[in-house]
Ligand binder design. Structure first.
Ligand code: ZN
Length: 358
């Protein structure tokens, strides 16, 4: 009896497996995710992740990923990348010079994975805790010669044909502009719904921008659960039968590390960790979502040491107020996640995603 039950389960499992994973000639076909979520911890090197693990009582989201790798972060111009070039490499798959947004090293705009997947009919969204015009979000939704051109980047966002949901800060670049334009008013006229807090959203299907502050949001200890809540809301808004692309950034891990402020760094890591758990819970249920968590670069040259060299205590030790040239981790979950192991260039992440997504 037991044998028969086991055999039936095996037959069902084999049938399910072959319909989704094996092509007619018996060779295994790539498993295709419908949804893609890329999450970037700005400035998050392996020591930042380890800091979270050391200070957490529970298992962290990072330990839920079955596949991990390393990404090479150098830019076209520098061994130490900035966020503009680091994020651009992930977003468009081309190395560029530090400071450049969504363009290759010849200053030619290149479509980002958000642009490409939107063109393929997927809904798209971006969620950050910095200004939406800041380097990392801009890398996915804009193309500009300099990250400093916040007002030009806001103008490009306002004219973007394909982008469904955008949550972050940076209202001043839309309304307090040198050209005196009110981009928010223009966007309302063009069909966007624009608010300054998440609970104001009434229509999950409308193109929606929520800008909660003039520039960057407050630090994690003061802004509460904004990032995990915004992440849950955007997943609800983007989920549809054609699939979606979402980029979520833990934007202020970088800010805390620039300040060599380890307490705030851990707070920011905890906040990002919660947002990752929200996405993994969704992906676990959905079973059709590829989740990639990585970083654009490491910030602060962080190490965790005993200054006395006796192994008796651990101190957070920052060696710079800037970025460093080290590997950053890549974590992958979901259909196709097995492609994200080993050492990869940051430009390979997009090609790996576009090869397997359906
Ligand atoms: Zn930075």
């Amino acid at each position: 009896m037991k044998t028969r039950v086991f055999f039936s389960v095996l037959v069902i499992a084999t049938t399910l497996f072959s319909s989704s994973c094996t092509s007619n000639n018996g060779k295994s076909a790539p498993v295709a995710p419908k949804n893609v979520v890329v999450m970037i911890g700005d400035g998050m090197g392996t020591a930042q992740v380890y800091s979270l693990i050391l200070t957490s009582n529970e298992k962290t989201s990072f330990e839920r990923f079955p596949y991990t790798g390393f990404s090479i972060t150098k830019s076209a111009s520098n061994e130490i990348t900035d966020s503009a070039a680091g994020g651009t490499a992930i977003a468009i798959g081309k190395k560029t010079n530090n400071g450049v947004i969504g363009m290759n090293s010849d200053s030619i705009p290149v479509p980002s994975m958000l642009d490409i997947l939107a063109e393929q009919g997927k809904k798209t969204g971006v969620v950050v805790t910095c200004s939406v015009t800041h380097a990392t979000p801009a890398d996915f939704i804009a193309h500009n010669i300099s990250r400093k051109n916040n007002e030009e980047i806001a103008l490009e966002i306002s004219e973007k044909e394909r982008l469904d949901v955008l949550f972050g800060g940076g209202k001043k670049y839309f309304t307090e502009r040198n050209d005196k334009e009110d981009l928010i008013e223009k966007m309302w006229k063009n069909g966007w719904n624009i608010y300054d807090s998440l609970p104001q959203i009434t229509d999950n299907n409308a193109r929606t921008m929520v800008l909660t502050c003039r520039k960057h949001m407050k630090k994690a200890s003061e802004r509460g659960d904004y990032l995990p809540k915004a992440t849950a809301k955007v997943l609800e808004m983007l989920d549809n039968e054609n699939g979606f692309f979402l980029m979520v950034e833990g934007s202020q891990i970088d800010f805390a590390c620039h300040d060599n402020d380890s307490a705030t760094m851990v707070d920011e890591m905890r906040d990002f960790n919660k947002a990752i758990n929200v996405v993994l819970d969704f992906a676990e249920k959905d079973r059709n979502t590829l989740v990639i968590v990585t970083a654009d670069h490491e910030t602060g040259g962080l190490s965790i040491i005993d200054p006395d060299g006796k192994y008796t205590k651990t101190n957070f030790h920052f060696s710079t107020g800037s970025h460093s040239a080290v590997f950053v981790p890549v974590f992958a979950y979901g259909p196709g996640a097995e492609n994200f192991t080993g050492i990869m260039d940051n430009t390979e992440i997009i090609s790996k995603i576009l090869e397997i997504v359906r």
